[in-house]
Design a binder for this molecule. Structure first.
Ligand SMILES: *[C@@H]1O[C@H](CO)[C@@H](O)[C@H](O)[C@H]1NC(C)=O
Ligand SMILES: *[C@@H]1O[C@H](CO)[C@@H](O)[C@H](O)[C@H]1NC(C)=O
Ligand SMILES: *[C@@H]1O[C@H](CO)[C@@H](O)[C@H](O)[C@H]1NC(C)=O
Ligand SMILES: *[C@@H]1O[C@H](CO)[C@@H](O)[C@H](O)[C@H]1NC(C)=O
Length: 533
């Protein structure tokens, strides 16, 4: 990995105080290093594919999703347009030497509009100009770039907005929100060439993460492959499509047992099918590109929301208990929501987890504080959950769960569902969210005082395996879809994306404790908006 640092001091003046902005251009890449080893990857090929080979780029040939209503289909079109990525170099002409190279790339901080000294509240723009490994300017867009402005000493940070000018140059725009010095950090997550490969993977191998179910009857046991869609095969299939939500799921039928004999669900493995050259295009940092914002920033390590919400600090067990007294908090989603359950369990001295003998990764979990009448639950979302050995009886779709919630002013519903959908066409995620949103709308119409909080996606550390199955480029698109789909509903977001980008810690799928603490404070501030008076 090579890291480039440049320092450009700028004098800033606000309210008579001299501020210094230090701009640091950090483009990180290990593009020249050849990853020939993939950790944690169990490479298992799914059952042999039949004579039917889908033409390149057409996954629909083996995956037919249920048609949407005209209204939902229209929404899907708009969503697809809104996340359309700029054209990237075609597969046939991918060249390492012509891919974006941080070492050759440059940046410039534009002068303040209207001249004069930088002020709090100003927007500062940085122009990034990309070059390739031969030192030639890039003339198309599509690189995946993340930017933040931060000051580690002050514990301050804010995510930048990156704009692609589609001609090899990009702008990163930052809100200046604190007095003092700051550094600009720009990270190239993927060159545009790598995006071409990520797109190919989803088109051609939406089933590259695959699943298994175990079937059992008496002493006979069989395991078969399962997925949202299965490639055509001479093997018959079992159809586990959920009748209520319409979410589809299939397994190959076991040879000896019936479809009813299914007892558990697991992540099966991952098929990796990329060329050596494609392999070299991936590297491991994380990124963000924001639609608007920022939604907040850190100061002295504490998240401050912009746009109306005051984030209070619930920094003692008794402050949290007081806020949650009399509440039922129902959490649904992936492991990033389970982290919140675990946080409450650790932080609240009066809260006791009731032992349901649930597997540690899967749940469900229940925790109770009797004297304060606090009831906290966690349940993982349904397939394609990538957990191991989930009993079939615990495979629940969030929408169905929500339909069983009475709701009301004492009920808080917390949702977080994103990372297990990365390898599938985005349409699969859109359909899942449409079903959850319908359930949220039903819940809010029968019990309008229910508080619904949604945790967004976040960038993470990326090794090669993580990139192919969970690249931030995939998460970014899902994050945009999630925000768009719940916009205008009476739900609150915890902006995990910005909260991870802006904090001075390495990106991680499971953000580190100081970030979780800040997220919990945002959640509690939605639950108890008047804590401060
Ligand atoms: C790229 O596009 C931006 C925005 O339109 C423009 O300001 C800039 O001059 C262009 N750069 C080149 C090299 O054409
Ligand atoms: C699976 O079952 C659902 C629900 O009954 C049905 O709508 C769908 O057509 C079935 N799919 C296949 C491929 O049989
Ligand atoms: C692997 O990728 C190549 C190139 O896209 C494709 O021709 C081949 O069918 C893929 N193999 C599998 C098992 O998906
Ligand atoms: C808790 O937060 C308050 C601000 O709400 C602060 O004054 C206090 O010092 C904090 N206490 C601890 C132990 O961090």
């Amino acid at each position: 990995m090579r890291v480039q640092n440049f320092f450009v001091p700028i004098q800033l003046k606000t309210c008579g105080c001299i501020l210094l902005v230090l701009a640091v251009f950090v483009l990180i890449t290990d593009i020249l290093e050849f990853h020939n080893k993939v950790n944690n990857t169990k490479i298992i090929h799914p059952p042999t594919i039949s004579d039917v080979t889908p033409p390149a780029g057409v996954w629909y040939n083996f995956c037919k999703l249920k048609p949407l209503s005209p209204k939902e289909a229209f929404e899907e079109d708009l969503l697809l347009q809104s996340i359309a990525w700029p054209d990237t170099p075609p597969l046939q002409s991918l060249s390492l030497r012509k891919s974006s190279d941080p070492a050759h790339s440059t940046f410039t901080i534009l002068d303040r509009m209207g001249g004069g000294q930088w002020q709090i509240g100003d927007k500062m723009e940085v122009i990034i100009k990309m070059y390739d490994f031969q030192g030639c300017p890039k003339n198309c867009g599509g690189d995946v770039i993340v930017a933040r402005l931060h000051n580690p000493t002050l514990g301050a940070g804010v995510a930048g907005k990156v704009v692609d000018h589609l001609n090899g140059s990009y702008s990163a725009v930052f809100s200046l929100l604190w007095e003092g010095s700051a550094q600009v950090e720009v990270i190239l997550v993927h060159p545009s060439e790598a995006v071409t490969v990520l797109g190919r993977l989803t088109r051609e191998q939406p089933d590259r993460v695959f699943f298994e179910s175990q079937f059992r009857s008496g002493i006979v046991s069989e395991t078969t492959t399962c997925n949202v869609c299965l490639r055509p095969s001479r093997q018959p299939m079992c159809n586990y499509t959920d009748l209520h939500t319409g979410q589809q799921w299939f397994c190959y039928k076991p040879k000896k047992l019936s479809c009813d004999a299914r007892i558990s669900h697991s992540k099966g493995g991952f098929t990796q099918n990329i060329t050596v050259m494609e392999n070299k295009l991936f590297q491991r940092e994380s990124f963000v590109i924001l639609d608007s914002g920022p939604s907040g920033y850190y100061y002295q390590g504490v998240w401050r929301a912009l746009g109306g919400t005051t984030v209070w600090q619930f920094n003692t067990s008794s402050a949290i208990t007081q806020c949650l007294r009399g509440k039922v908090i129902k959490m649904y989603g992936d492991s990033t929501i389970r982290q919140w359950f675990e946080y409450f369990n650790g932080a609240l001295s009066g809260l006791k987890e009731f032992n349901l003998h649930s597997p540690k990764q899967i749940g469900p979990f229940i925790a109770l504080d009797y004297p304060n009448n606090i009831f906290l639950t966690y349940r993982c979302h349904g397939p394609p959950i990538r957990f191991k050995n989930v009993p079939i009886s615990e495979l629940h779709y969030i929408a169905n769960e929500l339909d069983n919630v009475i709701g009301g002013s004492n009920t808080v519903v917390v949702l977080g569902i994103w990372s297990h959908f990365s390898t599938f066409p985005i349409e699969v995620y859109i359909r899942r969210l449409q079903s959850i949103r319908r359930a949220v709308v039903r819940l809010l119409s029968r019990a309008p005082e229910t508080l619904v909080v949604i945790r967004t996606a976040n960038p993470k550390a990326l090794n090669l395996y993580e990139t192919l199955t969970n690249s931030d480029w995939y998460s970014l698109q899902r994050d945009k879809v999630l925000r768009a789909m719940f916009k205008g509903l009476d739900v609150h977001l915890v902006d995990a994306w910005e909260m991870v980008v802006a904090y001075n810690l390495p990106h991680s799928l499971h953000p580190q404790p100081p970030i979780i603490e800040n997220m919990i404070n945002v959640l509690l501030s939605y639950i108890c908006p008047h804590k401060g008076g």
